[in-house]
Design a binder for this molecule. Sequence first.
Ligand code: SF4
Length: 227
Amino acid sequence: MNRELVFVVEPDAGRVTIEISQVPAAMVDDLKEDFGSHMSVNCGRPSSRPRPSLPVLHSDREISRRDTNGFSIWLYDLYHNSTVDGPGRRSVVKVSGCSIRCEGCYSRDTHKRANGRIISISEIVAEIISKRDSHDGVTILGGEPCDQPGSVAELVLRLKGHGIHVTLYSGYTIEQLIARKHPAIDYILTHIDLLIDGPFISEMRNGAGEYRGSRNQRIISLQTDQG
Ligand code: SF4
C-alpha cells in the first residue's frame, strides 16, 4: 500500500493543507488532534461544491445547434481550492469535450461537449478574480482544452492580464501541439506558465508523480519573460 502525506505550508496565511492518500483513519484522527482547528477541503479531486452560479449563454436547445465564439467556452465545471491540479492551491476551469479518448480515462463525463454548458469567458474570469486572495493560480483542464484553442487562448490572455499563474493540461504532447501550427495554440504555449502534457496511459499510472495521471506525462515549465 502506498501511503502518502503531503504538507502544503502557507506561512503568510498561517495555513497548512495536508494531502493524504491511503492513510488509516486513526492517523487522520491523530492529525486532526495535533493541528487543532481544521476543515475538509476536498477529497482527491475536489468536488465542485459550492459551485458558482455562472450564467448560461444559451438554452439547451440552442447549445445543440451552436458553437462557441472566441468569448465563450464549453465549460464542464469550475471549482476552487484544488491542491492536486498544479502547484499550490488552485482554481480549476474544467472544459467539456475531448477528442482523445484515452483508455481508462477517469473523466469520461467530460468527453461530450454537450455535457457542459457554453459560458461567457468574462464570467469565468470574474469568478476567478473574486477568489483572487485564496488561490495561487488557475489550472485549465478537461476534457481537452486544446480542442477549443480560440476560447482557451482568450481565457489565457485575460488571466495573464491579471498576472495569474496558469497551468494547462493537454492530452496532446507539446510536440504534437507545436506541429499543428495553430495560431491560438501557439499563443497558449507562449503565455501559460506550466504545461502538463500527454495522454493518460493506464498501464503507466503507478508512480506517476505529483499532478500527473501516468508516468509518460511531463510537467513542462514554459515561463519566459513575457514582459
Ligand atoms: S485527454 Fe484527458 S479527458 Fe481526454 S480522454 Fe485523455 S485523460 Fe480523458
